[in-house]
Design a protein around this ligand. Sequence first.
Ligand SMILES: Cc1cc2nc3c(=O)[nH]c(=O)nc-3n(C[C@H](O)[C@H](O)[C@H](O)COP(=O)(O)OP(=O)(O)OC[C@H]3O[C@@H](n4cnc5c(N)ncnc54)[C@H](O)[C@@H]3O)c2cc1C
Length: 393
Amino acid sequence: MPWDQLSDEQREIRDLVRTLARERIAPRAAAIDESHEFPWDVVELYRENDIFGLFHEEQYGGLGTGTWLALIAIEEISKVCATSGLILAVQELGSLGLKLAGSEEQRQRYLPRLASGEWLCAYALTEAGSGSDSAAMRTTARRDGDEYVLSGSKRFITNASVASLYTVFAKTDPGAAHAGISAFLVEANAPGFEVTRLEPKLGISGSTTGELAFEECRIPAGNLLGAEGEGFRIAMRILDRSRPGVAAQALGIAQGATDYALEYAKTRETMGKPIAEHQLIQAKLADMETECEAGRGLLYTFGRMVDDGVDGPELTKASAMAKLKCGDVAMAVTIEAVQILGGYGYIKEYPVERFMRDAKITQIYEGTQEIQRLVIAREMLKESRAFLLAGVG
Ligand SMILES: Cc1cc2nc3c(=O)[nH]c(=O)nc-3n(C[C@H](O)[C@H](O)[C@H](O)COP(=O)(O)OP(=O)(O)OC[C@H]3O[C@@H](n4cnc5c(N)ncnc54)[C@H](O)[C@@H]3O)c2cc1C
């Protein structure tokens, strides 16, 4: 098993995260879901235990323990609370622009505050009229002396209203498609920036999802990430690295639901014996566990590829496959968990209906499952497997 290859230090950190999840976050999960309030106490817990540091290099105040372990942390937390797992995944999503395209000065200015969790961050690509087709965005940015002036709006932005720093994509050349997009760092107190609406949702209820408005929003020209016109490439490179965070969240949800259903099945009796002894229930449990393990294989492979320095098309494909598999596993497995609990699976007294509601978003955000399939197929079509045809005809 690849996860047996964790170093002693990595194992120790994994165990700490697991303990925090079980003892401190699990007891809060139902209340976070019901209140629809952002769990600042969980953020505080992460700050106290240096959990945000898992996502950062030592030179910027992080722990430097690598991507694989960071994904395991999201998985462990999401086993008990998907909203709390998402806080970590989005902190990485919002930091990646700086890591991949930031100047040294920009990194020094912001990354230590993100690594400590003093500031939360966000990634703002989607607009009302552009989700999967992100190049159709209409938000613009024009240079005015030492500043850029942003105009437009973003929709469905996770951490809206709680983030202090937003990575925002806007067109510096509105006439061009992909090549007209640039990436910017926008602080929450920038003049002309406002969060104008928060969405009530099916799941991940404690996470904020909101609309951002930019009305002649002025930011320093030094907050451009990379060069003008590089924004689309930066956005896609960020997603290559961040999608596995969603996969880790999805896998955690799926494993949490499997674990709960297993324990329930051992104690609930029908026809004179625990339902776990009925073979149709056993088949469900076996399939659920096998699917989780399959998703975990893809996810951990991705984490270790990043830690080994792999980049480019190979990483893009591995990232999309992990997200696709784990998202689909989360949805299928949580539906089965509800089924195993019968009527009790459908009521709020038990956590599996929450797992099922939380699972759905993992098939939608950071690129829908349809888009993941397009990405995987696109990478496959670039590969040559012509040797198989050599003997034909
Ligand atoms: C809770 C939540 C949090 C989010 N957080 C963020 C965030 O932090 N930052 C951010 O930028 N965005 C965020 N999003 C936006 C999310 O990434 C988009 O909703 C998603 O990418 C899909 O875009 P869309 O909703 O516009 O759907 P559309 O693009 O309109 O797609 C509708 C349907 O058509 C399918 N489809 C579209 N194009 C194709 C195609 N070429 N081939 C086949 N099928 C296709 C899609 O798969 C989907 O099923 C969030 C969304 C939600 C709901």
